[in-house]
Ligand binder design. Sequence first.
Ligand SMILES: CC(=O)[C@@H](O)[C@H](O)COP(=O)(O)O
Ligand SMILES: NCC(=O)COP(=O)(O)O
Length: 242
Amino acid sequence: MAVRLGVNIDHVATIRQARAGREPEPVAAALLAQSAGAHGITVHLRADRRHIQERDVRILREVLAVPLNVECAATAEAMEAVIPIKPAWVTLVPETREELTTQGGLDALFLHAHLRSIIRELHASEIRVSLFIDPVQEQVKMAAKLEAEAVEFNTGIYADITPGADPAPELARLREASRLAAKLGLKVLAGHGLSLQNVGPVAAIPEVEELNIGHAIIGRAILVGLDRAVREMVEAVNEGGL
Ligand SMILES: CC(=O)[C@@H](O)[C@H](O)COP(=O)(O)O
Ligand SMILES: NCC(=O)COP(=O)(O)O
């Protein structure tokens, strides 16, 4: 089964926001990524609106042919912004204002009562829900109990492994969690910190259906163009990486 690639375009908006102007236009980047073979587009609507804005999400929802996945915190403010736009997917992620990027997965065990009501609200609007969690068996079981449709395993720990150190234990955790998630009927995604160099072993996990990749693609696009950067990644996720 081909592994689907969701392209995260947050950092096109990061560059736009650096000058608080109009360029580069993240919607144009999303359309380019779509025509280069992206199977989905992901954006993270952060509470501090440091990159993606509500206006971006609204336009993306209108113009994309591929599914739109909006990552956001499990808060009333985020639900108020996202639910009326009705993206195909919402991925609930942990978020703090100080972080440079997402640090770790959502604690679905600790937050289960709160998540249950947020997930019900999303389902009532026919929005499918994914939980961004660490590859931990108890978190997977809770995601299934909460009736999320999918889990996205945080690959940040794997991606941060020092070059030369052994990635095998973290890959084993990802493999075991993926097996359990699929067995419990969850769709299995993974993402965070993946690149052309490290994506191969994660893409090769049989249960992984989709990868969300942003920073590495947008960073490479600055050098080789977005069309090529997306095509290279689509190829890498299906042919074992570099
Ligand atoms: C949830 C996740 O791993 C990423 O999507 C990340 O949250 C993207 O947000 P930034 O682009 O602000 O790092
Ligand atoms: N959920 C992961 C994502 O959307 C992209 O993360 P990154 O590749 O920008 O680290």
